[in-house]
Design a protein around this ligand. Structure first.
Ligand SMILES: Nc1ncnc2c1ncn2[C@@H]1O[C@H](COP(=O)(O)OP(=O)(O)OP(=O)(O)O)[C@@H](O)[C@H]1O
Ligand SMILES: O=C(O)C1=C[C@@H](O)[C@@H](O)[C@H](O)C1
Ligand SMILES: [Mg+2]
Length: 190
């Protein structure tokens, strides 16, 4: 019996991008937890953070992970989690008990390049953006990502599989993940 494949890692490491391609490749359903929350509640993540706060978002995230992990046994999926989803001990238990965890990493410099114009990730919006230079915004972004990564890395390291993404195409990354997954995760009938 095959279970879910979960992608974890910092914002901008490609969990959503790679997850979609990995699901196609393995002929599995794809679920993005951020997108699931947005659709379930009919609100953007930015709105949930701004109106109800991060702690409330984290509770919705745990609820979503629980629901998706329960479905994994009968309908195994590739699941892209949000960047902070692996922080709560309960979330880690839910994921570890229901599938394999793949940790994607990307250098901080590359994450800044990928996300310096993003407006949808509340933890990366800086006051610098308004009125200040792009350089100043990028510096602030780099500091935020460095601090977040330092506080999260010890949890990400608990993942089953680690794949770096700098200078690799999504197709190469998908291939590397499938090569590292146990055979039963590559073959739903296995
Ligand atoms: N291997 C890659 N090479 C170049 N660009 C990439 C790669 N993977 C993802 N990207 C780009 O980086 C940006 C962020 O990717 P994505 O949204 O998949 O990250 P994420 O890990 O899902 O982030 P979050 O945790 O915020 O949901 C997108 O613009 C995407 O096109
Ligand atoms: O790294 C994080 O904490 C987040 C990442 C995004 O995927 C979203 O889940 C949200 O913006 C928070
Ligand atoms: Mg994503």
């Amino acid at each position: 019996m095959a279970y879910n494949i979960y992608l974890v890692g910092m914002m901008g490491t490609g969990k959503t991008t790679i997850g979609k391609k990995l699901a196609e490749h393995l002929n599995r359903q794809f679920i993005d937890i951020d997108q699931y929350i947005v659709e379930e509640h009919g609100r953007s993540i930015s709105d949930i953070f701004a109106t109800n706060g991060e702690a409330y978002f984290r509770d919705l995230e745990t609820d979503a992970l629980r629901t998706i992990s329960d479905k994994g046994e009968t309908n195994p999926a590739v699941v892209a989690t949000g960047g902070g989803a692996f922080e709560r001990e309960l979330n880690r238990k839910i994921l570890m008990d229901s599938g394999k965890i793949v940790w994607l990493t990307t250098s901080i410099e590359e994450i800044v390049k990928r996300l310096n114009n993003d407006t949808t990730r509340p933890l990366l919006q800086t006051s610098e953006k308004k009125g200040k230079s792009q350089d100043s915004h990028n510096n602030e972004l780099e500091q935020r990502i460095t601090t977040l990564m330092a506080s999260r890395e010890h949890n990400y390291r608990l993942a089953d599989i680690h794949v770096t993404t700098d200078n690799k195409s999504p197709e190469d990354i998908v291939e590397e993940i499938t090569a590292k997954l146990p055979i039963k995760y590559n073959n739903l009938n296995g």
